[in-house]
Design a protein around this ligand. Structure first.
Ligand code: AHM
Ligand code: MG
Length: 353
């Protein structure tokens, strides 16, 4: 099955049911797509169902966060040294719970946990997959009611099924992902995912509690009118990045920065644009994590026709060999034309600086 046929099949299903004025739920869609994988045993399908369920529970808590005493800092630092808020821990727990009970996943690595979390096999099942995730991205926005997200990626394990999973199962390049996606808890709740055959988006209909296909076969525009970067760090950026920013600013491009990567990348996926989180003098690889944030989103953006590269070396993000679970990476991601413009700019300046 190639990408074109996968996308065509998604579109056919959408079209058939759409013309019958019938909604397509995430579960129906995932089950329908299982036949795109000739040797699929249903495990990956089951895993995607489980993630879909877990994020509905997280969504419920995100929505009522202002009403219950779940807000506020948990008073601890996560493994990456960042401040943890209670909702992050809750989201992490719910994802773990759902994956642990399903039997389709043999281990999880999460931004909220220092080490990997192996899962014992359930009912004798020898699960083939591991999950990497950022359970609640953009947590500094929790208590001000601004969009948050969940990011996930699924790898086929390298270690032998039946044994405990190992770190090497998670330290795989982004190009080895078999599925990746995100959930955006915004004005509506959206789940966007890919299994390497196009990108599809589903909006949660709260009246029936189901994610319904709303954005079939998403393609990122080749070019957009906005760029996204924390320009407050301008003075600490590399000269080449500074000049790229100056170039867009002089061209009267608009700056949009939410501070939730999922929300910024989602906007870019639909409208075009570029998101940058480059390194600074004190943090040469920036802030974002390769495994939990950059790889899944880069894989997905590439599937939609976009591009993602390292902000300094310009290596394709999904080609970077991870060496640590909580590794950070400088990133430029978005519309192909704009990322290539960034690349030309960096190369040019590298040559002349
Ligand atoms: P988090 O996973 O701890 O929430 O941090 C990641 C977030 C991204 O969503 C966002 O793009 C970035 O941190 C914002 O960081 P900054 O405030 O330095 O611009
Ligand atoms: Mg994050």
């Amino acid at each position: 099955m190639n990408v074109g046929r996968g996308r065509a099949s998604a579109f056919r299903l959408f079209h058939k049911l759409y013309t019958m004025s019938r909604i397509i739920t995430l579960d129906e869609f995932i089950t329908h797509r299982q036949k795109d994988f000739p040797y699929a045993s249903g495990e990956l399908t089951g895993l995607l169902h489980d993630i879909g369920l877990a994020v509905k529970i997280v969504n419920r808590e995100v929505n009522k966060a202002g009403l219950v005493n779940i807000l506020g800092k948990a008073g601890s630092d996560n493994a990456s040294g960042d401040e943890v808020q209670k909702l992050d821990l809750y989201a992490n727990e719910k994802l773990l719970e759902s994956l642990r009970n399903s039997g389709e996943c043999c281990g999880v690595a999460s931004e909220e946990m220092e080490d990997i979390f192996p899962i014992q096999s359930v009912k004798g099942k020898q699960s083939q997959y591991v999950v990497v995730c950022d359970p609640l991205d953009g947590s500094s926005n929790i208590d001000v009611n601004v969009s948050l997200g969940t990011i996930f990626g699924i790898y086929r394990r390298k270690s032998h099924p039946g044994e405990n999973c190992r770190q090497e199962d998670f330290l795989q390049k982004g190009s080895k992902l078999v599925a990746a996606g995100y959930v955006l808890y915004g004005t509506s709740t959206l789940l966007v995912y890919t299994t390497g055959k196009g990108v599809n988006g589903f909006t949660l209909d709260p009246s029936i509690g189901e994610f319904c296909l709303s954005h079939p076969d998403i393609r990122i525009p080749e070019y957009g009118k906005q760029y996204s970067i924390n320009q407050g760090y301008y003075r600490r950026f590399d000269e080449r990045v500074k000049r790229f920013i100056d170039h867009y600013s002089e061209a009267h491009m608009s700056l949009r920065y939410i501070g939730s990567m999922v929300a910024d990348v989602h906007r870019i996926l639909l409208k075009g644009g570029i998101f940058l989180y480059p390194g600074t003098e004190d943090r040469p690889e920036g802030k974002l994590r390769l495994l939990y944030e950059c790889n899944p989103l880069s894989y997905l953006v590439e599937q939609a026709g976009g591009k993602a590269v390292h902000g300094g070396s310009l290596e394709r993000i999904t080609d970077i060999e991870p060496v640590q679970l909580h590794q950070r990476v400088s990133i430029a991601i978005g519309s192909k034309g704009m990322v290539e413009e960034f690349e030309r700019f960096v190369q040019q300046k590298t040559a002349s600086v």
